[in-house]
Design a protein around this ligand. Structure first.
Ligand SMILES: Nc1ncnc2c1ncn2[C@@H]1O[C@H](COP(=O)(O)OP(=O)(O)O)[C@@H](O)[C@H]1O
Ligand SMILES: [Mg+2]
Length: 246
């Protein structure tokens, strides 16, 4: 279980200090599928980065299974089983797709993991033969990188995984595949999954929906409770300003 207690985060830009998260408290239980949604700029990615340990909150605490992890690094949190898939994936020069996925799977060094790597790649809709020996560099498109990152996350089998807008930059065919990946994760999961998304089809897989607006949790609850409100536009509608999409 991951508990966020009264998390506050601000950053400064040319216009001075800006409150990004304001007193966010949230409990994320085990083996559940959460979707965090909300307008662009509402603080979703910042919240994900606070969970992963990339941003440090100004005040408030994070407890993971009762242990205070607020001051732990990204690596320390990853070792505890908290894993994060970026909205904009990182390119790793000189490393092949196979190496990256093997690294994520953390299998024995002498184990030939080609079959596992191929399976993870095909799950995200990539033809393993074409990708397995490719270098993770600028020659891969954003959508390809995104899928490789999701394959890494599948290989990692973390207790707690956060995906930030996994649909970003992915074409429709791959998107249908992605939905299947998440449905499968939902059915088979032995951990919790938090997906940040604007997509109705992804939101629909959730057990629980958390709606963020202007750095605060506006509403959270079961999908059956929150989804009708989102659809009716009775509360701030997510993803309304497409033009401002990141
Ligand atoms: N490191 C930062 N420095 C300055 N402003 C930031 C920083 N990180 C996020 N922000 C600002 O905080 C707000 C929330 O950003 P973000 O968490 O990316 O929102 P979302 O993911 O919901 O679109 C935005 O206005 C963004 O510009
Ligand atoms: Mg974001």
């Amino acid at each position: 279980m991951l508990e966020l207690q009264n998390i506050t985060y601000s950053a400064s830009d040319e216009n001075g200090d800006k409150d990004i998260l304001r007193d966010v408290s949230l409990t994320l239980g085990d083996n559940k599928f959460y979707v965090i949604t909300g307008p662009n700029g509402s603080g979703k990615s910042s919240l994900a980065k606070i969970i992963a340990g990339i941003y440090t909150p100004e005040s408030g605490k994070l407890l993971y299974n009762g242990r205070d992890i607020t001051s732990l690094s990204i690596t320390e949190r990853a070792n505890l089983g908290i894993s994060f898939a970026f909205q904009q994936p990182i390119r790793f020069k000189g490393i092949t797709v196979k190496d990256l996925i093997k690294l994520a799977a953390n299998g024995p060094a002498d184990k030939d993991m080609n079959a596992d790597v191929c399976d993870y790649l095909s799950q995200v809709g990539l033809c393993a033969r074409d990708y397995i020996n490719r270098e993770v560099n600028a020659s891969l498109s954003g959508g390809e990188l995104k899928r490789i990152e999701i394959a890494m996350t599948l290989a990692r089998k973390s207790q707690f995984t956060v995906f930030d807008e996994p649909e970003a930059g992915i074409d429709l065919w791959s998107f249908n595949n992605l939905i299947k990946v998440f449905e499968k994760l939902h059915d088979e999961t032995h951990g919790s999954i938090v997906i940040i998304s604007h997509q109705e089809r992804i939101i629909n897989i959730a057990d629980e929906i958390i709606l963020l607006a202007d750095g605060q949790i506006v509403k959270s609850g079961s999908k059956d409770e929150i989804m009708p409100l989102l659809m009716n536009g009775n509360i701030a509608k997510p993803g309304c300003s497409k033009a401002a999409a990141v």
